[in-house]
Design a protein around this ligand. Sequence first.
Ligand code: SF4
Length: 288
Amino acid sequence: MKVQDIPSRTILNPTGGFLGEGFTHTINLYRGCALGNSLCGLYCYAQWNPYHLQGRQWGSFLDVKEGVVEAYRMQYDRLKYPRSGEAKPLNIFMSSVTEPYPPQEHTTRRTRHLLEEMITRPPDLLVIQTHTPLVIDDLPVLQKLHERCQLRIHITIETDRSALPQPFPRQAYSPESRMHALQTLRAAGLHTVATVSPLLPLHDPWQFAKDLEASSHRVILDHYLLGDGSPEGKRTQRTTLPQLLENTGFAEWKTLEKFYEIVGIFKKVFCDADRVGVSREGFNADHM
Ligand code: SF4
């Protein structure tokens, strides 16, 4: 894994497409992803971005953006309080094409330093979308930020299985560790959302739904046929995920029939339909 610093003059990027209904901007403090060779890197849609790749292999590099706090400060003051007119809403999704809590965050502290700045310059809404339990390292700053803005923490757990059969890659962090992070954050009074995205084969859907219900205010389920940002999941069809599901006896999990069967189980367990979101509508909903 090659890790290098890169300059960054702007950090708030206007949204469009999948996130455009619920968010005004995305923030990505890294480029590339340290988890790119793990299970989620198999289907990750960010791997197709040639601007990010610049000829490199997904999972082989992590660019660490420099100057992000200064860039946020400058853009925030201009976007939030334009010289003419009223204060504008700032609804941020972090992150859309990288992981905000890679293992390197232990030393770079890019995400932590930005969150600390947000206590002074709070957005209206901040969603932190992560695949790792490392977010709980920032619990004290998250609790302060929670008092300054609407804060939602999304943790992705695509399956309750600790491993899918070979040759699926391993998961970077176990489902248990991510479930524990959700529990910790919720117990600390923060708003937690479990994102089962994309849904992968489950061992015990009812128990999984019960466990997520106990640790999360909401759940968002997605399937690659619905939510990979391309018609009929064409991006994911380019990966080995569909064929691996077929070859390992999980062909039914490629279908929307199976997906909606699982959505039905979650709706029964969560009791309240507002607590179970599906795909794009689920990510853009403003339920707190
Ligand atoms: S953590 Fe997110 S950005 Fe990184 S490889 Fe996995 S899905 Fe892609």
